[in-house]
Design a protein around this ligand. Sequence first.
Ligand code: SF4
Length: 432
Amino acid sequence: MTPPQTKPSTATSRRIHLVIPPLTQNACGNVSTLKSYVYYILANLKNSSISVVFNDHLQDPEKFVRYKALVSRKKYSAADGVCVVVFQGNKGPSLDLLKTLRQKNNPPFVILAGTFAGMFHDRYLKNRLAQVVILQDPETALPRILRTAPEKYGGIPRIAFLKNSKICRTKQRGRHDLDALPFVSPYFRNNGTKPVPILTARGCGFSCAFCDKRLFWGSGTNFRSIPNVLEEIELLYNRYGVRKIQFDDYDFLLKKQRAVTLCNALIKKNLKIRWECATRPDAVDGKLLRLMRLAGCRTIYFGLESGSPQILRALGKPLDIKKAVENIRMAKTHAIRVGIFLIVGAPGETPETLRQTKSVLRRLPMDELFVNPLILLPGSRLFKEFFDKNSPAFDDYFETDKALVYPCDWGLLSKHVSPLARFFEVKPSLTT
Ligand code: SF4
């Protein structure tokens, strides 16, 4: 095997191939969040005047096969860098590509970004599949890596790299100024009939046990300023004719006062724009819903997860179910469409807890229902509790497309989930 390319100490890299391998069939997660993550990297490379070849195969596996064939024939030069973005949903195809790159006679300098790569950076580095792994804030880290000599990597926050065969990790310094980032929503403007996603904040203040959100943007929450968000919305509206947007924040109502300010500003601007958002069912109230509707809100996706207090506790999301039901019903009375997210098969799920969930759903006016089994997402508390990174099963997980579904009673679920979906005449998206 040829040793991996070491970057010249004079930091000559000026051209980068940015590659997103395709999501596999088992992939879970919000595609627009993954795309936003990558578009921020792309936009910041362009802003930094770094020449970039963008290979977006996230939803095009066939194009990726052709690309890989090209990679095995291609000759790389010392100025070539390849940045592969690895999420849980594309870890299998990513690994294939990295192995192909490693086998080349003159392998390029490989940098990894993406939440899965960050979480398991030690494995990628030890196996010489990459020279640097970005742990967080990839859009600011990547241009710096490309312009910094390896002996000075220690000055770049939140990356990992090999130094004398030892893994070095640098620390986070300060918070990211989100207003300084370029607008990426215009990349989505040809979204067909789908709304264009806009991220107004990164992170989430809650810590539900099944959620991997901290892995994406770190702990805590980082907000864009309202004028900065409005400027992006007006750009979409005036220049690209966009009339439908989706606030892609994990929880749009994390800071209620901020949401109120944004809604008032949208009303004042009188833009004929319609939007949707996601939040917890305990976050809304009548006054807020009225304001949101006036400001253009037409759909709210609620992360209800379960109708059983016991399951909600197991998921680390203790909600007042009575209040949640009241609030969701209230959204409908304000002429806002309602989508509900459910998780089934969590630890402790029984026929009784599923019955409780069904009984709650019967009281809810829903337009969409998404029923998912519990996926153990890397970076989540449940992943740590139920999966041993040092077990032989981990190799299988790392090397293949598999997602980790919590080992629940599938017989029980199939008995309850389908009738549940039929009852409400909505199609559940059951990812297995
Ligand atoms: S599930 Fe939602 S509320 Fe809970 S931590 Fe994740 S983003 Fe936050």
